[in-house]
Write a protein that binds this ligand. Structure first.
Ligand SMILES: [Zn+2]
Length: 161
């Protein structure tokens, strides 16, 4: 039994009032309230029911690569919307909202680093960023990932969404 299970009934009300959003998560399967830091250490597998929760692209890359030597590729690329596209909403508004909701600049995060000491380039799609859909920035970042992979003669690994 985790330390959390033992103390949870007594702190639940305190948590709701005093702990900022984001420190606690609820398991979508068993509805346990889980401490975010503990979940991170468990790579987002519920300790109560073994449910595998969705994780962000950034968390996936951080947990996949060796801790030391991670370097993000093209972290600041953003779309310019040359078509001034609009459906029910302006693309620009959707894009800015996705950035705000995810904390990411676009739907693909790319890093180079090592995996058990072997050099690799890794890309991960962020589903919460407009479903991980492919726009100009995703295309450009993916090409840069492939180019870095070729340049360093290292594998390119991609987590799709
Ligand atoms: Zn659970």
């Amino acid at each position: 039994m985790s330390w959390l299970k033992k103390i949870l009934p007594t702190i639940t009300n305190v948590v709701k009032k005093n702990i900022p959003e984001g420190l606690w998560s609820k398991c979508p399967k068993c509805e346990s309230t889980l401490y975010e830091e503990e979940l991170k250490q468990l790579t987002y597998v519920c300790p109560n029911c073994d449910h595998h929760m969705r994780i962000s692209a950034r968390v996936r890359l951080e947990s996949f690569l060796d801790v030391d030597g991670q370097e993000e590729i093209a972290p600041n690329l953003v779309a310019v919307d040359p078509l001034k596209f609009k459906d029910q909403k302006k693309y620009k508004d959707r894009y800015l909202q996705a950035q705000k909701n995810t904390g990411e600049k676009d739907a693909l995060v790319v890093k180079k680093g090592t995996l058990n000491g072997m050099s690799v380039v890794v890309a991960a799609f962020e589903f919460k960023f407009m479903g991980g859909s492919m726009g100009s920035v995703v295309g450009e970042k993916f090409v840069r990932a492939a180019q870095e992979s070729i340049r360093t003669n290292s594998p390119l690994i991609c987590f799709s969404a």
